[in-house]
Design a protein around this ligand. Structure first.
Ligand code: GLY
Length: 383
């Protein structure tokens, strides 16, 4: 769809709208600068008569909680706001139990809704809590990071981590609306923004060569300002994700393409301890570069594709090599073991997302562990 066709004119503002087509659970992703100010009206339009509780974290609350609370009146009844500790550790059974308890204290009923204001941690935990509270109440995702706006807030994956791994306990619970206010991204630090941009690049690399070519020319503009280039990058990414989710909500097939680079990334994140050394988007950037390199080694894509993919990741300051990660935790056998624990690995052979070129990802269901181990051992020796 052309961009102009996607612009929705409303009484008090213009925003772009992408529909996630899931029958009677379909919903819109509204994208625009300053959209937080329309949160009350848009929530009431999508969830008539719902009273709402906001969930956020201590970092996001400083910038965006008060404006969102103000924006709820007069259309939505605000029952209260819950501020969680910031950080991945919050995606735990402990915080899930506390959050559900607070929802019940606030009196949230079946017809009410949760507004998840934050990045992936807040979105995943709040979405899960909303999915199980009174057997499921509404959730509006209000993502405040680029990564959440283009990926985690869309598609209904919710959950928490356990000592066994990330996102191993969870449920699909689709939001009623996603409100992606691109101006809130101005409060992110550059590193966080770049890490989220890795997921934007992912959509070009996995399925849209034209978008990747556009990013090569305009990606810097999307990172630097909240103008047209950023809107277009977010909208095109949301449109790509919406199409994939609509076709395969439960990841029985092509939704797995969204995991391009992620099997490597999850292992690298586990090896580096999920800390500040390596952000998720940075791990995805390295993972995507590795997926292209492995694809070229297997004769599936050309060296030119590897060079182009890697060059753009590097041009915006993202890491592309295991060697770029500070510290020494990344040993090949450990990485392979960590990959084997990835929940997406089925049966005995690992399923990997590989590529036949830029924009041509596919699911390789029958990788040999030995091939993978040898490939990673050589990448680790390149340190
Ligand atoms: N983030 C991958 C997915 O939503 O399937």
């Amino acid at each position: 769809m052309a961009l102009d066709e996607a612009v929705t004119q409303s009484d008090s503002g213009r925003y772009r709208s992408v529909n996630v087509a899931l029958g009677d659970r379909s919903y819109d992703i509204a994208i625009g600068a300053g959209l937080l100010g329309q949160a009350g009206r848009l929530t009431a339009q999508n969830l008539p008569n719902a009273r709402v509780a906001i969930v956020t974290d201590s970092n996001v609350a400083q910038h965006h909680l008060a404006p969102l609370e103000i924006a709820l009146a007069p259309d939505c009844t605000h029952l209260g706001s819950i501020v969680l500790p910031a950080g991945e550790a919050t995606k735990s059974f402990y915080e899930l139990e506390r959050l559900c308890g607070k929802f019940l204290d606030l009196g949230l009923e079946r017809g009410d809704a949760v507004l998840a204001l934050g990045g992936g941690v807040v979105g995943d935990l709040s979405g899960f809590a909303a999915g199980i509270l009174r057997r499921g109440i509404g959730v509006v995702q209000v993502p405040t990071t680029l990564l959440a706006q283009v990926d985690s807030a869309i598609g209904g994956k919710t959950g928490i981590n356990t000592k066994h791994g990330k996102n191993l306990i969870g449920a699909f619970h689709q939001p009623a609306l996603v409100l992606a206010d691109t101006s809130v991204l101005d409060t992110l630090d550059e590193r966080q923004l770049r890490a989220g941009y890795a997921e934007v690049i992912k959509y070009g690399l996995l399925g849209d060569a034209d978008f990747f070519a556009w990013l090569e020319g305009h990606g810097h503009e999307a990172l630097e300002g909240s103008g047209e280039a950023r809107l277009r990058a977010v909208e095109t990414s949301c449109r790509a994700k919406a199409a994939i989710v609509a076709a395969d909500e439960r990841e029985g097939g092509d939704r797995a393409l969204l995991n391009l680079g992620h099997t490597f990334a999850h292992a690298l994140e586990a090896a580096s301890g999920y800390g500040d050394k390596l952000l998720h988007g940075e791990a995805v950037a390295i993972g995507m570069a590795l997926a292209f390199e492995l694809s070229a080694e297997l004769g599936l894509c050309g060296e030119d594709d590897v060079k182009r993919a890697t060059a753009h990741l590097q041009a915006v300051g993202l890491p592309t090599r295991i060697d770029d990660i500070p510290g020494d935790a990344h040993k090949a056998p450990a990485l392979v073991k960590l990959m084997a624990q990835d929940k997406k690995v089925r049966a005995t052979k690992p399923a990997l997302i590989l590529v036949k070129g830029i924009g041509q990802a596919f699911i390789k269901a029958d990788m040999e562990w030995d091939v993978l181990e040898d490939f990673l051992a050589r990448r680790c020796k390149a340190r």
